[in-house]
Ligand binder design. Structure first.
Ligand code: PLP
Length: 360
């Protein structure tokens, strides 16, 4: 029944159009476009009622399971206008495949990747006037699946909604490509092997807020998470993956159940390898990082994720001691990766990995 899932399109009439925000002040995720994609799943009928429709509220039973036990998964990806004025997306299929990995772990139904990709392309094209044109500004897409069956038992829901909403977002580095200050927490943990840290499910982010608040109060931008068992090995930074360049080796923690497999992480690994850089996926103890800072072998460190692409790290604070990374400046490799990824995304440079998908 998925194969012939038809996508109907119901366009806004002029009265339903939303006011476009000021391009210079978009922020992140504050404005949403005219249309959305929605489809529904039931155990009986599978996916059905797929439609591109005007952006709208849901009316939902207060007993809907998502409100109580958090069966919710999501993705984050971008569409943007290239310098040639064409519309592009970066590895969208990988996001949808990853969502199916999340669905499996959360006992939610698989989405039909091809159909959803088709819907996403049509949606982006329909709302193409919403794609911001400023340097670094993009249209951020948020595919989401939630359990909507009204029932209070803890078990898989019999009904789900899958939807995609889109938000024009400003350049992540509006004030330039600046290194961030990172708070290493040995009090809170993000994820544990056997848990759900490797999937994009809502509860992970709810659980992370308290540590982020603590970091902000101390004057830091993001939290660096250590492993949940020993508080010893580095896992991720905020909602990004993390990389260290120690001497001439680029190191990132391995995917092993508690770390989210970032698409940017994978792109960085492939790109760096193609430049002849030695990339190693292995466990990195926080003590190794700190001594590499002290003896000067840690050349640079950065986070990777869709929102920022590359986020250089300028300082770590661990157990009340501050450690300056790369003189507090953006490292050479961070800069090169950032520029190369952005250039590939914007169609300015060749795309040897065939990551970029043209829309329209
Ligand atoms: C989304 C996310 C990432 C980055 O993944 P990308 O696909 O590169 O955007 C890293 N860590 C966490 C916890 C995430 O939620």
């Amino acid at each position: 029944m998925w194969k012939d899932l038809e996508i109907s399109v119901c366009r806004c009439d002029s009265g339903q159009r939303r006011e476009k925000p000021d391009q210079g002040n978009l922020g992140f995720g504050s404005y949403f476009t005219d249309h959305m994609f929605l489809m529904k799943w039931s155990r009986k009928d599978g996916w059905h009622d797929a439609e591109i429709c005007p952006y709208q509220d849901f009316s939902m039973d207060p007993a809907a399971m998502v409100y109580h036990y958090g069966q919710a998964i999501f993705e984050g990806l971008k569409a943007y206008k290239g310098d040639d004025n064409q519309i592009y997306m970066f590895r969208p299929e990988d996001n949808l495949e990853r969502m199916n990995g999340s669905a499996l772990r959360m006992c939610m139904p698989r989405i039909p990747v091809e159909t959803v990709l088709k819907a996403i392309k049509a949606l982006v094209y329909l709302d193409r006037d919403w794609i911001p044109t400023g340097d670094g500004a993009t249209l951020y897409l948020r595919p989401t699946m939630i359990a909507v069956e009204p029932a209070l038992g803890v078990r898989p829901s019999e009904h789900y909604y899958f939807f995609v909403i889109m938000s024009p977002v400003g350049a992540y580095y509006a004030e330039g490509f600046n290194p961030t200050k990172i708070w290493v927490t040995d009090k809170y943990v993000r994820a544990v092997k056997g848990g759900v840290g490797h999937v994009k499910t809502a509860g992970n982010y709810a659980a992370s807020i308290m540590a982020a608040e603590e970091a902000h109060r101390a004057g830091y931008t993001q939290v660096l998470w250590l492993d949940a068992c020993e508080h010893k090995y580095v896992e991720e930074v905020g909602t990004s993956n993390i990389f260290f360049r120690i001497d001439d080796e680029l190191i990132t923690p391995p995917l092993g159940g508690s770390i989210l497999g970032g698409i940017t992480r994978d792109s960085v690994i492939q790109l760096a390898k193609s430049w002849g850089i030695a990339v190693t996926e292995r466990q990195v103890a926080i003590d190794e990082v700190l001594s590499a800072i002290e003896d000067g072998s840690l050349k640079e460190s950065f986070g990777s994720g869709t929102a920022a692409v590359i986020a250089p790290i300028g300082e770590l604070c661990y157990q009340e001691k501050k450690y300056v990374v790369a003189d507090g400046k953006t490292g050479e490799l961070s800069q090169r990766l950032f520029e190369e990824l952005q250039a590939i995304q914007n169609g300015k440079r060749e795309d040897p990995f065939r990551w970029v998908v043209r829309i329209g």
